[in-house]
Design a protein. Sequence first.
Lengths: 538, 545
Amino acid sequence: MKRRSFLKTVPLGVAATAVPFMLGTKRAEALMHSPLLDSMSNTTRQDDHVLVIIFLEGGNDGLNTVIPFEDPLYDEHRKHLGFTTVQEKARLTFKLRGDLSMNPFTSALEPLWQEGKMAIVQNVGIENPDLSHFRGLDIWNSASDPDLLVPTGWAGRYLETLYPNYPAILPEDPVAINMGALGSQIFRGSNSMMDIQVHDPRTFSAAGNTSIEPVPQTQGGTELAYVRSLVNIANVYSARFHSLFPEKAVSNVTYPDTPFAQDLQRIAWCVNAGLKTKIYFASLQGFDTHFCQLSKDDSSGAGHAFLLRTFSEAVYAFQRDLEALGNADRVVTMTYSEFGRRVGEIGDYSSGTDHGAAAPHFIIGAKVNGELYGRHPDLGNLDKNGDLVNEFEFRRLYAAVLADWFGVGETLRQSLLTPGRPHDPFDISFPINGSAKNSHLIRSLYPENENAGAPRLMLYPNPAAIQTTLYLAPPMTSSVVDIAIFDVRGRQVATQQAPISQGNEWVTLDVQNLPNGSYFLRIRSETISQSLKLIVSH
Amino acid sequence: MDRRSFLRSIVGAPHKANYSLNSSSLDEWVSDANNPWDSGTVNHIYNRLGFGATVSDIRSALELTPSQLIDQLMDDRLVTDAMPQPPPGYEKWMYTPAYRGPDYMIGHAEDVAQHDAKHDLHMWWTLQMMQSDVQLRERLVMFWHNHFVVEEVKIYYFVHEWRYFDYLRRNAWGNFKQMVKDITTMPAMLKYLDGIWNEEDMINENYARELMELFTMGITDRYGNTNYVQDDVRNLAHSLVGWRFWFEAPPPDVLPHYFADYYFDFNTKRSIWGSEPKVYGLAQANDPRIEADVIDLLFERRAAAIAWHIAKKIYRNFIYMGDLPDSSDEIIQELADTLIASNWELKPVFLKLFKSAHFFDRTHRGAAIKSPFEFMVSLARKMELPVSLYAAGNFWYYGQDIGQFLCNPTNVKGWEGYRTWLNTATLTKRIEAFAYGLAINGVIQGQWCNPHTGYNFDWIPYGDDLVLGWAKQFPSFSSDVVAMLDEMNELMFAIPIDENSLEQIVASSGVVHSYEWPAMTDAQRILPLRRMIFGLLSAPEFQLA
C-alpha cells in the first residue's frame, strides 16, 4: 500500500475531472455524457484577445528590479549588490513612487509606465515555497497547490476547454505558439501539449508523410502515435504559415539585436498576420544569479542588469510595434519566474543571491490599468529562510488574466486554477499601491469584473459581423434563457434557447446571416426580462 | 509481402512482429520461438545501450549470445587500459597557461584558446560515439553528464571540463557513492555549483541543494515522504565549505583541488537529516577537526531514498520515460536493492537490467525518443557516413539547433529528454538538415567556424558512390526493390515501417513499376535510391529508439 503523505500525484485528466466536481449535479451528469467540447464551446467567449507570457528563467531578483531604495534594511541586506551609496541612489530616476524605483537598466520601460500601460504587482509568490527551481517552476506552470504534483499546465487546461478535441481536430491556426526550442509544461493539457514550437514563422516547414496504419499496442506504439501526430500538426500549420509569410513579416519599429527581442518581433508578426492564436510564449534565460549577479552594471554582457536591459528594451519595442500596426488593444503581456531571490545577498565578494520567494511581476499592454499594486516589500518581516513573505498568492495573477482578458467566469476559472483540490475563489482585484483602493489589472470588457453598479447583461462584440456573445452576469441560478432577435420593424428574425448556470453564463449568437442594421434582443429567463440593442455590420 | 530477415541469426528464426506482452521480470532473458535472438533484438540493445547498430554490428552480435554481447559492451578494459587517446593537441591544452587560466586574467588569448580546445573536445567526443566497440561506455558518459550536470559555458576552463569527462568515462560503471565523493570536490563542479564561493560567513546553498535534490535522494522518497528540510540544506552547505582549486600547478598535475580550512567553522556541531550533531565535513580534507564524513552520513541516513532515486533514473533512462505502470515500481525497487547490496557498485545493477527479460520486453521497442545526438549519430552510423574529426563539429552545431547543446544541458537538472526533444520546430529541423540534406542534397553542409582552419567545419559528403555502396550491402539490391527496402527497414527502425508506407516510399521514388528495377543501371538507380533513403530517414519511426 502506497503512502502519499507529502506530494500527491494527480492524474493527467485533472481538468476534465475537476470540472464536474465543481459544478452542480445536473451539470455534472451532462458533462459525463457528452464530450467536453459540447459543454464548453458555449461557455467560451469568442474574442480576439491575445496573451503573451514571458518566462524569466532562473528566478528573477525582485529586489533588484523594483528597488525599495529608501528602506534602511535594503541597504543592510544588499551591501554590495544594492544601490546603496548616494551616487548609486542618484541613478534611480525611474521612480514608481517616492520610495520605490525601478532598476535603471529597465529605463526602456519608463514611457510605458508613464503612459499607464504597465501594471506592477508586488510580493507575488507560492505559499510555503520549497526553494527548488524545479518544484517552483512546476507549481507556477501547473497552478497547483505546492504539495500536489500536477502534470498539466494551467494554460494547457484553459486551451483545452476551448479546443477539447485538439490535436485530433486541428483549428485553422495554432492554439498557442511557443518561441522556445524546448516546450513548457505550462501548455500541457490532459492529452497533449496545446502549443507548437515556432522558431521562425517564415521558415516553418512540413515534416513528411505519416501512415494511417494502426500502431502496435505497445509502449513503442504509443510513442509512434505521438510522433505521427506531431508530423500531422507540423504539416497542417506549415501550410498555414506559408499562406501568410514572409509577406506578413512586417515591423514598423527597430528591435534590439537580441534573440529574445527577435522572438517578440516574430510574435508581433503572427499577431499582425491575424492568427487566432490565443497565447504566445517566450523566455529569457540566466536569472539564476548565485554568482556574478552584476546588478548595477551591464557592460560585461551578462548578469542581472544586462538581463533587465535585454528584457526591457525588447518589451518596449514589442509594445510600440503592436501600437504602430494597430494591434495594441488586443495584446497583453505578462511575466512569471519560478521565484524571487533571497533578501540577504551571499557574503562579501561572491556578489550573488540564493533562491528566494515572493517577487514583483509585470502585466503590460494598452488595456492594462497601469499602477503599482501591493505594498512596499516588508524587509523587516522575512520568513524563516530570510525570504519575502507573499502578499498575493501567485494564482491570483492567472485568475485576473483569465477573468479580465479572456472573460472566463469564476466557476471555470476556479476549476482551472485549483487542479486536484478546491480552493477559495481567487480575488481578481488588487489594492493599488498598498492602499485600500482596489482595481483590476486589466480594463475589463466583462461586466462581472467591473465595480458595483455595472450592467448585468452585455453583448460583445457589438457591432458584430459573424457572431456575438451574450454575457449574463452571475449570480444566476441554473435556468434556461430565451433570446429573441427583432429587427427595427419589430419582426422576429431569430430565436435561441440556452441553458445557463454558474460558470456557464455565455450564449454565442450567430449573426452572419442577418443583414446589416440595428436589432433588438429580448432576453427572458426566470430572473431576467430585458432588452439590448445589437448592430450587425459585415 | 513476405518479410524475410537478411540479417538472419544463426540460431533464431526470422523476426515477425509479435507484440504479445510478457509480464517480464529482471530474470535473465532467454530467447524462444516467439522472441528470437535476431536483428530486432540486437537493434534494441544498440538503440538503448548505444547510438544505433550498423549492419556489421548486427552480424557480429548474432555470433554471440545476448549475455556475451552485453558483457562485451561493458568490458572493464574499455574504462581502464583501452581508454581512448585524448583529442589531438591535448598536451598543449593541458600545459599551456592560456588554456589553464588563471581566472583573474581572462583575456582575449585565453578566450580563443578555450574556444579552440572545447571544439576539439566536442568533435572528439562525437567521434567516440560513432565507434562500435565503445557504444555503451559513451552512452553512459552522456547519462552521467546528464546526471552530475555541469555546463561548459559556466565552468569555462577546458582543463576542468576535460578532467570531468575523463572521470565520467573511467567511472561509467563504477561505484556511485565514490562518484558522489569525487565529483563533490571536482573543480568543474566546484565552479559550476558555486562551491568555490561557499564560505562560513557567506554560505552558498547551491551545491548542497542539488546534491540532495538531483544527484542523490530527490525531494521525496518512494512513498512521498520528504527527504530533507531547508535546515538540512543549510547544514550540509556548512559541511562543504572551503573547497578550492589551484589555477596553476606544474605538469603533469591537473589543477588539483584543496581544502582551505580558514573558511571552515570547526566550532559548531550541526545535525543533518536528524543525525547526532557533529562537525561534519569531507574526510578527504584529512583534517582531524572534522569528526565525520558528510557523504558517508548521507549514504547512511538516506540509503533507501538514494538507491530508489538512482535506480528509477536508470530505469527511466534505459527502459521507458513515459507513464509507468505500477508494476514497474517493484522492478525499480529490485534494482535499488541490488545497488545497496553491492555497496553502491553500479555494474551489477546495469548487468541485471540490461540482461533481463524486462529490458528485452517487446513493449519497450521503439518506446524511447531519440535525443538529437542519438538521432544524428544513429543516422551517421547506420548510413556509414565518413565523418572526419573536423566534420564532427557539425554535430555540435546542429545539435544546438535541434535542442541539445553538447556539454551544456538545459539546466542543472539536465536535458529533460523524452517527448520534449521533439516538437514542431525540432522535428522539422531534424528532417530538413539531415534527411533532406543528406539524401537529396547529397551533403550535410559544414557549419560555423572550425578554429583550426578559420573556415567552416568540413562538409559531410554523401556522394553517389556512397549511396550505391551502402545500398549494395542489402542482398536484394539487384533483384527486388521492395525486398531491398524491407531489408533496409529491418536495419533502420526499432518499429518497422508498415508495408503500405514502404510501398508508398517506393512509389514516390520515381520507380513506376517495381518490376523495372532489376533492369535499371546503377546510374538510373541513384535518384530513386536517394528518394527512398529520404523516405526512410524522414519516417516518424526513425525518431524512435
